[in-house]
Design a binder for this molecule. Structure first.
Ligand code: NAD
Length: 353
């Protein structure tokens, strides 16, 4: 297969981990006889420095001509002034909206090899394997807001339409059908009108997916259940803000932010693939970044955008073999234990491939 992949490495550890994911994709291409072309573009702080724009038109055009986007991470202290009119994170919201990538898929698994390292008791982590489906282009992050005015008042608006909820719920129901057939919808329907629309829409759509068991949990209770009975969840659907917060909370189940990939998809096979972590400026340039989240994001790219399931599984099992061999980056090493560098860890994944 021929495919063009846009690579936006971004800032901080972004380039360190993105480079490793590209090497993995190159290895997959040579092993399975594919022809992948990689095109690099600017995004985030580095794009602000070079062009004044966190997501230059040139980058958007390049992405439009590609089959999928691989994104590292953006941001860092250099560009973190909250009063600045241009910030790296604006590029993130803009690229998601531009390509109408309305569903963010975040799988969360606990790896038996890392259970001892996680902050939860090992018996709670047994069998944890869930998929978050987060709405990504609507809700309070995109609703009308006001922050100047008299300086003493500000507001953000949480708006959803039935169509917006339906399209992301469809992704979630279909994902559940391909897994353990259980969907949990998170909302705050006891207080918020927008969340009552959310619940009604998810319930109405259930008629088309009645082989999936559906339940609803209020977001405050969900924060607790994620820690007290994480193995009971299969697919979880949540709006933009609740999904953002809950999926980061769930990352502790995997042992480190450095373990969790994500895919942002829309109605076509085009998608954007990025780790859920940020640019980690505290460890940037030290060879300490865990490349797993980025490498597993590349596996999701193979699965969803290129429909190469066997290749995706080959990457995932190479990562598991690396973990099984005892290889650990600093974030997943036992306290005071030995760890290896980003490059050594990635090399082990390549060798296993
Ligand atoms: P972060 O995810 O960058 O880092 C949080 C902690 O996790 C840090 O201690 C970091 O060292 C560690 N960590 C993260 N990824 C790791 C990896 N792969 N391997 C090992 N350790 C890892 O979050 P933050 O510190 O809150 O944010 C830093 C910057 O990243 C900010 O500018 C923020 O806006 C930005 N950010 C960007 C994205 C994105 O690009 N999608 C997401 C979140 C945060």
């Amino acid at each position: 297969m021929k495919a063009t992949i846009a690579v936006l490495s971004g800032d901080g550890i972004g380039p360190e981990v993105t480079g490793k994911a590209v090497e993995v994709l190159q290895k997959i291409a040579s092993k399975f006889g594919h022809d992948f072309t990689f095109q690099e573009g600017l995004m985030g702080g580095i794009a602000i420095d070079q062009t004044g724009d966190p997501l230059p038109t040139e980058t958007i055009n390049m992405c439009e001509g590609s089959d999928a986007i691989l994104l590292g991470a953006v941001g860092g202290p250099k560009w973190s002034d909250p009063t600045a009119s241009v910030r790296p994170e604006q590029g993130l919201l803009k690229i998601r909206k531009h390509f109408e990538l309305f569903a963010n898929l975040r799988p969360v698994k606990s790896y038996p090899q890392l259970v001892e390292h996680a902050p939860l008791r090992p018996e709670l982590l047994q069998g944890v394997d869930m998929l978050f489906v987060r709405e990504l282009t609507g809700g309070i992050y995109f609703g009308p807001r006001q922050e100047q005015g008299d300086g003493d008042h500000a507001y953000d608006t949480l708006i959803y339409s039935r169509a917006e909820v339906e399209r992301v719920a469809t992704v979630a129901y279909r994902a559940a059908q391909g897994r353990r057939k259980k969907l949990t919808s998170i909302d705050k329907a006891n207080v918020l009108a927008s969340m009552r629309l959310w619940r009604r829409t998810v319930v109405d759509l259930h008629e088309d997916y009645n082989d999936v068991a559906l339940d609803h949990i209020l977001v405050d209770a969900a924060t607790m259940y994620l820690m007290t009975r994480p193995a009971s969840f299969d697919v979880i659907i949540a709006d933009n803000m609740f999904g953002d917060i809950l999926s980061d909370e769930a990352s502790v189940l995997a042992g480190s932010l450095g373990m969790l990939p994500s895919a942002s998809i829309g109605t076509s096979t085009f998608g954007l693939y990025e780790p859920i972590h940020g640019s980690a400026p505290d460890i940037a340039g030290q060879g300490k970044a865990n490349p797993t989240a980025m490498i597993l994001s590349a596996a999701m790219l193979l699965r969803y955008s290129l429909q190469l399931e066997e290749e995706a599984q080959a990457v995932e099992s190479a990562v598991e073999q690396t973990l099984a061999s005892g290889a650990r980056t600093a974030d997943i090493a036992p306290r005071g234990g030995a760890y290896i560098s980003t490059t050594e860890f990635a090399q082990s994944v390549l060798n296993n491939l």
